[in-house]
Design a protein around this ligand. Structure first.
Ligand SMILES: Cc1cc2nc3c(=O)[nH]c(=O)nc-3n(C[C@H](O)[C@H](O)[C@H](O)COP(=O)(O)O)c2cc1C
Length: 435
């Protein structure tokens, strides 16, 4: 039997396929029902988790203007993923739900309380995607002029994790006794303040919620820099990653696994899921045709450049499409994504870089469901595990794309014995550790 791998689904709480020819019901995802239906389809397909990306600003990186972002709904509107996570949790029963929450934005107490609340609503299926934010425009929404430099952000985030871990542990798992005989709800001796005083944070504690069913939420992280990977190796239960091709995926996974082992953790407790954007057709030719049309369309090129601009704070509108980039670009934002995109040293034109990397897929997955399933299986065998985080290669999520994956690709993967066919665990962390 082949080794099974894990699947997550990547989206944010954003516009749906409002302008698609098959979108009679589109345009109103804001009550969350669109995402609930998506989550239920993913749960029927046995995904490990639905991951909700988030950022906290409206970008003006592309051409120093918000026009492109608002006109084309690129990375905006973006509604708060936390209430959606609660709604999805209440409308599903087995799949995990992960929300991004930034350590820059939330005081640790509020974040720990929010996570404990959602993990209880989700009955142990909630995950927190730990981010430090990556844009000056986001920092400016929180009283700063500029985003702190990456190294400082991570130093603060390590201390932040100390605070929230102590808060999650501030109630013993058996603190709630509900003893009718003594009329005792909670045993006060099992709930303690933390009196945390660090360099950046100060917090009295304890939490005023009951404990998380999982003890603490499942931790998801996406650090790409050496410091980011070390952070993930220390804290994460699952890492969401981008890499260039199978060799890049293997190098990434090997690196975080060895970092985790050096810290005394079992590397198998960390599941690295690589971003992948499968593009399917009834036949390989049809899929290839769709892919070629997509990556050469002016709308896709503009969309990709604006999107990369928003999470790297780089203005790609100033570079010529048919020339290579003038030199190596750096950012205080998502350097890993930028490095993957710019393929420094390849001498490819910007147009070629978009064709290669515009969908953000770690490997190219274009073909009929069986072809793509086989390719995913081969890639995982070479990489060693642990799975993929699937996102749409198209501009928006769509019901059609969700159906293609859940009704086409997933059955092909299941026929090959490559992915789960049932949930056996109650909690998300246990689901991830099942294999
Ligand atoms: C698949 C993936 C998803 C990410 N999701 C988010 C997100 O939702 N919000 C966010 O602010 N950053 C997000 N990031 C950025 C990471 O948190 C991190 O800042 C980035 O990977 C760069 O790593 P570094 O900070 O170590 O340089 C994501 C990155 C990747 C690869």
């Amino acid at each position: 039997m082949p080794k099974k791998f894990h699947l997550g689904w990547f989206t944010n709480f954003t516009a749906d396929e409002w302008n698609d020819p098959l979108a009679a019901g589109g345009g109103k995802p804001w009550n969350g029902k669109y995402y609930v239906e998506m989550a239920q389809a993913l749960e029927r397909a046995c995904f490990d988790y639905l991951m909700l990306e988030d950022t906290l600003m409206l970008s003006d990186a592309y051409g120093h203007s918000t026009e492109m972002y608002l006109k084309k709904a690129i990375m905006v509107p973006k509604h708060d993923p936390a209430p959606l996570a609660a709604l999805v949790a209440a409308s599903t029963s087995r799949m995990g739900i992960v929300s991004t929450l930034s350590t820059m934005a939330y005081p640790p107490f509020l974040l720990a309380r929010l996570c404990a609340t959602i993990d209880n609503i989700a009955e142990g299926r909630f995950g927190w995607n730990i981010v430090t934010s990556g844009e000056d425009t986001a920092a400016q929404n929180f009283g700063m002029d500029k985003l702190p430099p990456r190294e400082l952000r991570y130093e603060m985030a390590h201390e932040y994790m100390d605070v929230v871990n102590q808060l999650f542990a501030s109630w013993d798992p058996d603190a709630v006794v509900m003893d009718r005989v003594t009329d005792t709800y909670a045993d006060f001796s099992k709930v303690r303040p933390i009196h945390f005083e660090g360099k950046y944070f100060k917090c009295r504690g304890p939490l005023n919620t009951v404990p998380c069913p999982q003890g603490r939420p499942t931790y998801v992280q996406a650090g790409g820099s050496p410091t980011g990977r070390a952070f993930a190796a220390k804290h994460a239960d699952s890492i969401i990653a981008v890499a260039n091709g199978v060799a890049g995926m293997k190098a990434y996974r090997d690196d975080v696994r060895s970092k985790a082992a050096a810290m005394g953790r079992n590397p198998d407790d960390i599941k690295v899921l690589f971003l992948a954007a499968p593009l399917l057709g009834d036949t390989d030719e049809e899929a290839r045709d769709k892919f070629n049309k997509l990556i050469t369309s002016p709308a896709f090129i503009e969309h990709s450049l604006a999107k990369y601009g928003s999470f790297t704070d780089v203005d790609f509108s100033k570079y010529e499409l048919d020339k290579p980039l003038p030199g190596k670009l750096t950012t205080n934002g998502e350097q890993g994504s930028l490095d993957k995109f710019q393929q420094f040293g390849s001498n490819k034109t910007l147009r070629q870089l978009v064709a290669d990397g515009g969908t953000s897929s770690s490997i190219e997955l274009v073909g009929a469901p069986d072809t793509v399933a086989a390719k995913m299986g081969e890639a995982m065998e070479e990489v060693g595990g642990d799975g993929f985080l699937i996102k749409s290669p198209f501009r928006n999520n769509s019901r059609r794309y969700t159906a293609e994956i859940t009704e086409g690709l997933i059955p092909a993967l299941k026929r090959r014995g490559l992915v789960r066919t049932e949930y056996t665990q109650s909690y998300l962390r246990d689901t991830l550790r099942e294999f």
